[in-house]
Design a protein around this ligand. Structure first.
Ligand code: NAP
Ligand code: MG
Length: 403
């Protein structure tokens, strides 16, 4: 077979620990032999981020803006213990946070379903895709301790120096805690736009939920912006596509989601999305089967696995032990990115290859060959529980049959 040619480079963002090991294995076994892989490479391994004072992360994000499609390996977000472990100059920020801020993107997380692993919620037949607003709220919160008796206030000073002020709370001697957070109309509108576009692209219903009954200004604004945008720009397209936009209170949404068959895109505010995506991922099986894509309002895409660097497996790997780390989500990050690159450049063979590689990976698991994390969830007997490398070889075998 002739290797598939690419036109525009894919922005390749390497990462850390066990996922960095899987990254190389995926390329060596499943990509290089079949594709003339054209990438612009950014090494976000923690050591290199430190060496470049994190400039490499910023450069990678701008490369996605330039080329339109990126694929990212999981990366360490440093904490105090990592500063010691890697002798870092400082506690660099989360690379994902930096990239999201530059792309102003929304993160969509979708589980990979296989027939032999049943979701814990027995009614779920189709994936539930969570769209998490990736800007603001408590993640850009300002908080402090009120150390004793006193008044906490919120003040807005407009550009003419005019102040608007409101009392938050009058504390007694015991004091307490205060948090203030914000969002911008622009970011909420981008979030809404990304969600409507993604739902149309996937031909799935879009659900949105907030707590607008309690948060009558903050959350209500989210609801209003979604409604306005739907009515003015998307209603017709949704009706034509036969899909629905559905708004409901967050508590009601949670109850309905559990009772549903799945199949919708569920747009969540930043914190709701953070929490609900872990719940949904676990209920669908394993974090190792959850994919993630950051979509910017300009239509730039960054694909990655939802899980982290699988630190515990990496330490075993360093000791020379074989690990059974599941590479599905990382592999699907590559296939997602290659397919999108193919769509943008009109490369049918690249898109078809991505489809086949995904099918080969799913078939491998459905035929009973999988890593340990999935074997623990699989009800059927007679399984081949493989290590990280053997599992990728099994996928390669399956792929060869399809080419
Ligand atoms: P993690 O890497 O997601 O792993 C947590 C546990 O989940 C693992 O110990 C493993 O359980 C299981 N697991 C996750 N992915 C797996 C896979 N592909 N195959 C098999 N098992 C898998 O989370 P963490 O250990 O808390 O975080 C490690 C580092 O990742 C941290 O430095 C964090 O900052 C970073 N992180 C990065 C991203 C990102 O770049 N997107 C996201 C989250 C975390 P067992 O050990 O029980 O097998
Ligand atoms: Mg989370």
């Amino acid at each position: 077979m002739q290797k598939i040619k690419m036109v525009t480079p894919l922005v390749e963002i390497d990462g850390d620990e066990m996922t960095r090991i899987l990254w190389q294995m995926i390329k060596d076994k499943l990509l290089y032999p079949y594709i003339d892989l054209k990438t612009e490479y950014y090494d976000l391994g923690l050591k290199h981020r430190d060496e470049t004072d994190d400039q490499v992360t910023v450069d990678a994000a701008y490369a996605i803006k330039k080329y339109g499609v990126g694929v990212k390996c999981a990366t360490i977000t440093p904490d105090a213990s990592r500063i010691k472990e890697y002798g870092l100059k400082k506690m660099w920020k989360s690379p994902n946070g930096t990239i999201r801020a530059i792309l102003d993107g929304t993160v969509f997380r979708a589980p990979i379903l296989v027939k032999n692993i049943k979701p814990m919620v027995s009614g779920w037949e189709e994936p539930i895709i969570i769209a998490r607003h990736a800007y603001g709220d408590v993640y850009k919160g300002v908080e402090f301790k009120a150390t004793g008796k006193g008044k906490a206030e919120m003040v807005f000073t407009d550009e003419n120096g005019q102040e608007t002020r409101q009392t938050i709370h009058e504390f007694d001697e015991e004091g307490g805690i205060v948090l203030s957070m914000h969002n911008t109309h622009k970011s909420i509108r981008s979030f809404a736009k990304a969600c409507f576009e993604y739902a149309l692209g996937e031909k799935r219903d879009l659900w949105f939920s907030t707590k607008q009954t309690i948060s009558k200004t903050y959350d209500h604004t989210f609801m209003d912006i979604f409604n306005e945008l739907y009515e003015s720009e998307y209603k017709e397209a949704f009706e034509k596509a036969g899909i629905e936009y559905f708004y409901t209170l967050i508590d009601d949404a949670v109850a309905r989601i559990i009772r549903s068959k799945g199949g919708m895109v569920w747009a969540c505010k930043n914190y709701d999305g953070d929490v609900m995506s872990d719940m949904v991922a676990t209920a669908f099986g394993s974090l190792a089967m959850m994919t993630s894509v950051l979509v910017s309002p300009e239509g730039h895409y960054e694909y990655e696995a939802a899980h982290g660097t699988v630190q515990r497996h990496y330490y075993r790997h360093l000791k020379g032990e074989k690990t059974s780390t599941n590479s599905m989500a990382t592999l699907f990050a590559w296939t997602g990115a290659l397919r999108k690159r193919g769509e943008k450049d009109g490369l049918k063979d690249l898109c078809e290859f991505a489809d086949k590689l995904e099918k080969a990976a799913i078939n491998t698991i459905e035929n009973g060959t999988m890593t340990k994390d999935l074997a623990l969830l699989c009800e059927e007997g007679d399984l081949n529980v493989f290590n990280s490398e053997e599992f990728l070889d099994a996928i390669k075998n399956e792929l060869e049959k399809m080419l």
